[in-house]
Design a protein around this ligand. Structure first.
Ligand code: NAP
Length: 242
C-alpha cells in the first residue's frame, strides 16, 4: 500500500500507541480520521500539530465503542467526512484485571464490546466502501496466546482478534488485506512502577520493553507487503518464548 493522501481511521488515536501511529501515518502524507473517546484535548493538539507541520488532515471523531449505535455512527461519519477508508487500525481497547471468581457480567460485556465486537463491526461497515482495496489491522496482544492470570476476559478478546484476522482475511480477499499485530510490553500502563517495568524487560528475550517505533515498523511492514494477509505479527522482544 502506498500512503500519500490516503485515508486512515485509527481508533483510540488521542494518546499512547494509537497517537504514535496517527502521527507516523500523518508524516507519511495520510489524512486521518482520529477517533477518540475521552481524549478531546489530546486530539485537538494532534490536529494543531499536523496543521503546524503542513501534514495531512486530522478529522476528530468521538465515539464510545462499547455502544453499538455509536460504532455505526462512527463508520458513517468517517466515510462522510473523508470518503472510503484505505487503512483501518483497530487500536482502542481497555485493559484491567478481572479475577476469575469476581468477574462481573458488566466487565465481561465492556471488554468484549470494546475490544472485539467494535473492531468486527467497524470492519464490516467500512469494508463495504473499500471496493478499490484496503487494509485492516487489529492490534491484539502477545497475551492472546500466552494468557496472563487474572485477565481472562481481556486475553479472550485479544485471542478473538487473532481468529477474526484469519476469518476476515478469507471474507474480504482479494481486495482487502486483514492482519494483526501482537505487541508485548511497549508502553507499560501509566500507573506501572519502575519495578514492574524492569520485570517486563527481564521477561523478554531481548531484555527491554518495546518502543512505539517498534510497533510502527511492524505496521509499516504489514501495509507495504502486499502479499501478506491473515497474518499475526508478534512484536514482543521474544516474550512469548521466554
Ligand atoms: N501498551 C502496550 O504496551 C500494549 C501491549 C500489548 C497490546 N497493546 C494493545 O495496543 C493497543 C494500544 O495500546 P495502548 O496502551 O496505547 O492503549 P490504552 O492507552 O489502554 O487505550 C487506547 C485507547 O482506547 C480508547 N478507549 C478506551 N475506552 C474506550 C471506549 N469505551 N470507547 C472508545 N475508545 C475507548 C481510549 O480513548 P480516549 O483516550 O479517547 O478515551 C484510549 O486512547 C491496545 O489495543 C492494546 O491492547 C498495548
Amino acid at each position: 500500500m502506498k500512503f500519500g493522501k490516503k485515508h486512515a481511521l485509527i481508533t483510540g488515536s488521542g494518546k499512547r500507541l494509537g497517537r504514535s501511529l496517527a502521527e507516523n501515518l500523518l508524516k507519511q502524507g495520510m489524512n486521518i480520521s482520529a477517533h477518540f473517546f475521552q481524549s478531546q484535548s489530546e486530539i485537538n493538539e494532534l490536529k494543531q500539530w499536523a496543521k503546524d507541520l503542513g501534514l495531512g488532515q486530522v478529522v476528530p471523531v468521538q465515539a464510545d465503542l462499547t455502544d453499538f449505535e455509536q460504532v455505526e455512527r462512527l463508520a458513517e461519519q468517517v466515510h462522510d467526512s473523508l470518503g472510503p477508508v484505505d487503512l483501518l487500525v483497530n487500536s482502542a481497547s481497555d485493559f484491567y484485571p478481572t479475577p476469575f471468581g469476581a468477574t462481573t457480567e458488566s466487565e465481561w460485556d465492556h471488554l468484549l464490546n470494546l475490544n472485539l465486537k467494535a473492531p468486527f463491526f467497524l470492519t464490516q461497515k467500512l469494508s463495504v466502501h473499500m471496493s478499490h482495496g484496503g487494509n485492516v489491522i487489529f492490534i491484539s496482544d502477545v497475551h492472546a496466546s500466552r494468557p496472563i492470570q487474572r485477565f481472562a476476559p481481556y486475553c479472550a478478546t485479544k485471542a478473538g482478534l487473532l481468529a477474526l484476522t484469519k476469518s476476515l482475511a478469507q471474507e474480504l480477499a482479494p481486495k482487502i488485506r486483514v492482519n494483526s499485530i501482537s505487541p508485548g510490553t511497549i508502553l507499560p500502563p501509566e500507573k506501572a512502577t519502575h519495578e514492574q517495568i524492569h520485570r517486563a524487560s527481564e521477561r523478554s528475550l531481548l531484555k527491554r520493553v518495546g518502543t512505539p517505533q517498534d510497533l510502527w515498523n511492524g505496521l509499516l511492514f504489514l501495509c507495504r507487503n502486499e502479499y501478506i494477509t491473515g497474518f499475526d505479527l508478534i512484536i514482543d522482544g521474544g516474550r512469548a518464548l521466554s
